[in-house]
Design a protein around this ligand. Sequence first.
Ligand SMILES: [Zn+2]
Length: 277
Amino acid sequence: MHATLGRDPDTHVLLVTEDYLVPVHEAEGGPALQFRGADALDSEPAGWAYLGTYGGTNYAMARGARDMRADQWLGLRDIGAEVGDLDAGLLVQAVGLAQWHDRSAHCPQCGTMTELRDSGWVRHCPVDRTDIFPRTDPAMIVLVHDGADRCVLGRQSVWPTDRFSVLAGFVEPGESAEQAVAREVFEEVRLMVTDIRYVTSQPWPLPQSLMLGFTARVDGDQTLVVDQDEIVEAAWFSRAELMDAGRTRPRLPSPVSIAFQLITDWLGEKPAAPAWT
Ligand SMILES: [Zn+2]
């Protein structure tokens, strides 16, 4: 596949730096990814991958270093919500594959340096001849509500003191996503949830998660108790409080996140911009 791409001079190549930044330029409709020509694939030893074909154009990612040819070098968190759908999809895929390449440079069984195969979608160990494929870790994220006008948001210790979001955690071995929702909510805030409903999902390749978004309801008179291990603060918030977010508290997660979508879906409208800046 590389040879094919190499012969196609129109291949659009997205460079990804060692800290997962990509070149961005200001286009008419806002920020857009800056693609390089097929010669950027000459950096093959540093890693590359075919991303797909859209509208007759081949897209690929290649590892590269920051240079002066782009206005800015930005990451998924910086521009994921601002670029168009095609760019957003390519960005998430390119960063996810780059992360996986970096973490699987050595065979997990014998430690030998792996070789890139199948257009960057397989890493092969030449000693035990195993193929290593990209993997995705399921995680769940849940908006807990009371069936009326309140929802639970929590704050992780590493966040600013006014930043709150919905609860989240990884799905553990032997567990369904719904069981993970119930367990994680109980562990974090000692609330028993029911009516667990899947809403949507979002790939989050930092490094390799698939976020499964849910809502869940708390019935009856239960007391919220924060487990200090996972989050340092959590509380019930009304819709009015969240619509006024940013001016008082809390600040909401970035619009690029599935957390923001779960919150705004529940609100029924989007709060004004200061809520998350
Ligand atoms: Zn091996």
